[in-house]
Design a protein around this ligand. Structure first.
Ligand SMILES: [Zn+2]
Length: 133
């Protein structure tokens, strides 16, 4: 198989990222149904958290397992271009850790919900309520 061009990679990334909005919407729906108000994707906060609760100073990230290297079965590294993917994943992980540290330094409490938890149909409402209370 031919090597992937940068254009191919961009296309692949878009496809992955688009799919990852689905778990994010599911989490938003649950939190909304629980009656909490939130802002989405505040770009002024480290890592652009997916849900932001300003008065509670809490944020939620809904992480795609592939991009954020969760370690579950959705985390596999593509067989092609491992030299490209492995450092990329390492950078993503480092960036995530930096963002969490920066948020905590500013007094925010972060929660990470993983894509696989949403996909498994796990009941997230208790975890979310415990976190938001
Ligand atoms: Zn996962």
């Amino acid at each position: 198989m031919a090597r992937k061009t940068p254009e191919d990679r961009t296309r692949m990334m878009r496809a992955f990222k688009a799919r990852h909005t689905e778990p994010e919407l599911a989490v938003r729906r649950i939190v909304h149904q629980m009656g909490y108000r939130f802002r989405v994707c505040r770009k002024d906060l480290p890592g652009t958290p997916d849900l932001v609760f300003p008065s509670r100073r809490k944020v939620i990230f809904v992480h795609g397992c592939f991009w954020h290297k969760h370690g579950c079965k959705l985390t596999r590294v593509p067989k092609l271009n491992r030299k490209y993917w492995i450092p990329k994943f390492q950078r993503n992980r480092k960036r995530d850790a930096r963002n969490i540290a920066a948020l905590q330094a500013e007094g925010w409490r972060p929660l990470i919900i993983w894509e696989c938890e949403v996909r498994a149909g796990q009941d997230l409402s208790r975890q979310l309520r415990d976190f938001l209370q």
